[in-house]
Design a protein around this ligand. Structure first.
Ligand SMILES: [Zn+2]
Length: 364
């Protein structure tokens, strides 16, 4: 089911041959037949403007569009759409028809006063979804749209300068791509979603989406495999890929230096708070490993023997140095040393997250 597709349906009227814009009042109505099919949802009988997006026409209330869309308001203010009688006097050759084609259909389509606006760089799918929000009374709070619909809304709202729809779209997109420190062991998501988010953010002015989306690529082995297999399949510019490579390399080095420092290392007061460790199978409590002469060697052995040495190099910000990931940790380091390590680990993750803006070339 493709309710918003541009696939032709019965009722589609072939476009008139010849130039796109009318030149003088036609004698043959077919020559100026609409080159669109009518929207099944948004074709108001008493509408005052036909907006054409993609291959679909939407008969809407112009005054309402003027209120909510800066794009239409600006055209009304500058009188761009007030070319009543264009069929009688002809359209100006100087008008830019590459982006927007607009003319009255006063006599061309037997619809007095009806203005037509063609927006070539907006798809019918995006515009239909946009109208689903703008034209539907919001009597109850509705759930945020999914990411595909939110992307449509953001593209249309940006093109038409509509703050109401843009606010809804940005809320949904930021919910999908929160620009905050990701939680440990956050699941991977399809890397194409991140590429789409970066492209959308760049086109529609949402820089806050770029850091979480870039990091989603950096931590995803499938992305690097796909990139190595076929560069052309990754729709990102060279600058982005270069920054991703550099950021990945920097984080890997940073991780390997950090992870070899044992819990409590460099903290002078730890000796006074360090505790004994209860032995699960009974017997006298053990001394915390931090007091041992070979504590550092013990820690490094634990890290190397676990997969944290490599796992953290791939995804340092979402990797957690805790008892779940490092086997036997709770039997050799006491709870106070581990609490100190967890705090330092959190602060380090946050510092690395802050560092990503610079690594990715983003504004702070
Ligand atoms: Zn201890």
């Amino acid at each position: 089911m493709k309710p918003h597709s541009d696939v032709e349906e019965p009722g589609y009227v072939e476009p008139a041959s010849g130039s796109k814009r009318s030149k003088g009042c036609p004698t043959d109505v077919q020559e100026h037949a609409p080159s669109y099919r009518q929207s099944p949802q948004y074709w108001y009988p008493d509408g005052s403007v036909i907006v054409i997006a993609g291959s679909m026409g939407f008969k809407l209330y112009r005054a309402r569009l003027n209120i909510y869309c800066g794009y239409f308001a600006e055209r009304a203010r500058t009188g761009e759409d007030l070319v009543v009688g264009a069929c009688e006097h002809g359209d100006s050759e100087e008008e830019d028809s590459s982006r927007v084609e607009e003319h009255t259909t006063t006599s061309c389509a037997n619809a007095p006063g009806l203005t037509q606006v063609r927006i070539d760089d907006l798809s019918s799918t995006d515009f239909t979804r946009f109208l689903d929000v703008l034209e539907t009374p919001q009597l109850e709070p509705k759930p945020l749209p999914d990411s595909h619909i939110a992307a449509s809304l953001l593209r249309a709202a940006t093109r038409l300068d509509c703050q109401i729809v843009r606010t809804k779209a940005t809320r949904a997109i930021l919910a999908a791509w929160p620009d905050g420190l990701p939680r440990p062991s956050a699941p991977l998501r399809p890397f194409q979603d991140a590429i789409d988010a970066i492209t959308l953010a760049r086109a529609c002015g949402m820089p806050e989406v770029r850091r979480p989306a870039f990091y989603a690529l950096l931590r995803d082995p499938a992305f690097w495999t796909a990139l190595a297999a076929d560069r052309r399949a990754i729709a990102l510019p060279e600058d982005d890929l270069l920054r991703l490579h550099e950021a990945r390399h920097t984080l890997q080095i940073t991780w390997r230096v950090f992870v070899l420092k044992m819990p409590g290392e460099g903290r002078a007061d730890l000796g006074s708070v360090c505790k004994k460790i209860d032995v699960p199978m009974g017997g006298p409590p053990r001394t915390c490993q931090s007091a041992a002469k070979d504590a550092r060697a013990c820690w490094r052995s634990l890290i190397i023997d676990s997969d944290m040495w490599e796992k953290g190099a791939v995804d340092p910000i979402c990797c957690m140095l805790d008892e779940k990931n490092v086997r036997g940790l709770e039997y050799v380091w006491c709870s106070e040393c581990m609490r100190s390590a967890r705090y330092k680990w959190f602060m380090t993750r946050r510092r690395w997250w802050d560092m990503l803006n610079r690594l990715f070339g983003l504004p702070d």
